[in-house]
Write a protein that binds this ligand. Sequence first.
Ligand SMILES: Cc1cc2nc3c(=O)[nH]c(=O)nc-3n(C[C@H](O)[C@H](O)[C@H](O)COP(=O)(O)OP(=O)(O)OC[C@H]3O[C@@H](n4cnc5c(N)ncnc54)[C@H](O)[C@@H]3O)c2cc1C
Ligand code: SF4
Length: 507
Amino acid sequence: MRLAFDDVKAGFETEADVVVVGSGPGGAVAAANLARAGMKVVVLEAGPEVRPEDMARDTPRFLARYFWEGGLRIIMGTAPSPTMHARCLGGGSVVNSAIMLPLPAWVRREWRAESGVAHFDGPELDAAYARVFARCRVAPTPQAVWGRRNHLVRDAVQGVLGESGGGLPRAVHDCEGSSDCLTGCASGRKQSMDRVYLPEAESAGAEVFTCCQVDRVLTRGKRAVGVEGHVVQVPGWQKHGRFRVYAKHVVMAAGTMHTPVILQQSGINPRGLVGATLFCHIGGGLVGIMDEVVDPWVGATQGWGAISQEIRGLKYEGLWASPAALMVRWGDVGRRFVERLDEVKRAAVIACVYRGDVHGTVKASRSGDPNMRLWIPEHNVAPVMRGMKRAADALLALGARYVHTGIVSVVDEMRTPADTESMLSPRVQAKHLAMTMNHTFGSCRMTADDRGPVDPNGKLRGLDGLYLCDASVFPSPSAVNPQATIMALSDITSRKLGGLSLDEAPS
Ligand SMILES: Cc1cc2nc3c(=O)[nH]c(=O)nc-3n(C[C@H](O)[C@H](O)[C@H](O)COP(=O)(O)OP(=O)(O)OC[C@H]3O[C@@H](n4cnc5c(N)ncnc54)[C@H](O)[C@@H]3O)c2cc1C
Ligand code: SF4
């Protein structure tokens, strides 16, 4: 059953075996497993359901309606950067590019060594990936829907640099290559949580409430006993009635930023570790303006990619977003903006995503929004800029008129290899990196000992009945896109909680 604003605006009180806070990749998997295990499940999601007719190309309107802080959220610190967090049924899975990659073997070994959690590098995680990949119909993006843009990125990264890659595995069935992933997928091809796991949870009896924002976890002694919050209306997020859900178990899946904030606001912060860490992938993007007309809006949003063999922890991806989103960095102003508008049809975009050894924090602000800071060590600049210079040289070798990065202290329009040398200058510092940090994790780390607030069963230390099933449990960055690992770890935690088998075959 799915309840929307009109059904609940006056407020309500109810009971369940489990209340799941947040309906993104982590929450949706947990809800489906726990409902299938026979528990009475209530899912509370702060955002609304996005209907296909609202998945239009009007990006600024879409961001305002379906992203936290209108899509204008910033992570402060060394290089203040935008970070986008969806606020809708299905969370990030509705707006993301659906890339599904398991952790590389070396990251799994590192996670196990640094956290002591055996299943990070054990057969339980292999089995969980297999179930999640089967359910989301993950398959490599077919070449037929790459479009010219992804072919050019392949020619640059694989053809010129020799980095071997391929059509990225994505949770998409029969992709049309419309390049609209950021504003949902109106044709229903993307296997986002509102289409895959949540309907399954509902069929097994779960109640899914949208427009219900949790403020606080309720506790009695050393036990979580439910949550409370208020009903919100879109647009404007005005507060309406209050709600309380009492439950034997609380599963937090409000995402890297909101899970620690809700816990902090509830006075739940064992040894000050909740929100005491934060990790994000860093990197940058390059726009190559080609002689040919590329029509970059044709082709899968992020259809081709390669994990670098040359620079450990770096990944190259073809990328697209609407010009309204891309040109925030690249657009310039006045006459130059108008000239660049005319060049958009010739653009090929490469994103370089890097697993640095950054560290940060998430703290609840007075308004209740998360306040994030991230520090990037200077030694992380060299690998990022080396990867970006290689990609820029490759685009020039393919005949790009110029390549642009949006990084101050780098030549604005690089037309020759001599120009791209500016990317390796010591004048480029961590504070100059120009990126959007959409891969965020690790604000409540899972560890075998008490260095992290979450134990290997996904339970918060020091409080019974409270589990974490989202990106906040990562012990460090994943090096690849995180959704597959968030879902697989949530699958393991919720199966343990619901008493389901950890080696069940994919269905
Ligand atoms: C543009 C973009 C592209 C991306 N592309 C990819 C990709 O291709 N592949 C990939 O692996 N990753 C990608 N990511 C990252 C990925 O989407 C996230 O890592 C993932 O969605 C995180 O899952 P989660 O369950 O931890 O949290 P979320 O997806 O953030 O879900 C949390 C949910 O909780 C809700 N919530 C928050 N606070 C409250 C509250 N107080 N009360 C009730 N509900 C609340 C939120 O509204 C949200 O729906 C992308 C991200 C973005 C923004
Ligand atoms: S590229 Fe288009 S059809 Fe393919 S998943 Fe994204 S929005 Fe859907």
